[in-house]
Ligand binder design. Structure first.
Ligand code: FES
Ligand code: FES
Length: 227
């Protein structure tokens, strides 16, 4: 059995022992324990701050990042985004959506719920639609990521799915549109001639608060040459 005294109990124990003349050493043991626990917590906080700040400083200077400095996970990683290799400083718990938007400036990827429910953050990973709010950027090393920016033609023209959505009046407020586009592009890569039911299922992970579901669905069928 450990003689560890939970922090919550220390005050109560101290109060009990204040009236206990038979145990003169108890208060000093409690005081000692309280002091060492406080030092432990201070140490954890200090080391966390050191890990964090060191990673930022050394990553920013282009030297070896957190792993060399702290023994923690490597933070400066290479990502393949829209056919380009991008070097980026990524903390271990960072989601792909955060990296794309706030580190790489690719704000076409939207953040709605940030919990894998709305589809606004949909991107392609190896041509398969993923919610970028719910995958860790570190897991994306060696994968090919495509965002809505990556669909732009050489001359700035729209992707056929985007063009079809415009013609079918899909975008209303437009917030969900990049995610809808990426879901549709992912579908048509895997299944260039989907039935309308297949398209409906494939698009069902993308919520539209404007309720333009039928417009997007017709857009998918138009892009597939079925409308
Ligand atoms: S923001 Fe990712 S699913 Fe809603
Ligand atoms: S167009 Fe407004 S949320 Fe879909």
């Amino acid at each position: 059995m450990s003689d560890r005294i939970p922090e919550d109990n220390v005050v109560g124990l101290a109060r009990d022992h204040e009236a206990d003349d038979d145990q003169p050493g108890a208060l000093s043991r409690i005081a000692q324990h309280r002091s060492s626990r406080r030092q432990f917590i201070k140490g954890v906080i200090a080391s966390g701050a050191a890990v964090s700040s060191a990673g930022y400083v050394f990553g920013g200077l282009g030297a070896r990042p957190a792993r060399a400095v702290t023994g923690a996970v490597e933070r400066l990683i290479s990502l393949n985004v829209n056919g380009q290799v991008r070097r980026v400083d990524v903390v271990p718990q960072e989601t792909l959506a955060m990296t794309l938007r706030y580190k790489l400036g690719l704000t076409g990827t939207k953040l709605g719920c940030d919990r894998a429910e709305c589809g606004a953050c949909t991107v392609l990973v190896d041509d398969v639609p993923h919610y970028s709010c719910s995958v860790l950027t570190h897991a994306m090393r060696g994968r090919a990521i495509t965002t809505v920016e990556g669909l732009e033609g050489a001359g700035g023209e729209l992707h056929p799915v985007q063009q079809a959505f415009v013609e079918e009046l899909g975008p209303q407020c437009g917030f969900c549109t990049p995610g809808q586009v990426m879901a549709a592009v992912g579908l048509l890569k895997a299944n260039p001639k989907p039935s309308i039911e297949e398209a409906r299922v494939a698009m069902s992970g993308n919520i539209c608060r404007c309720g333009a579901y039928d417009h997007y669905l017709r857009g998918v069928m138009r892009a597939a040459g079925e409308a």
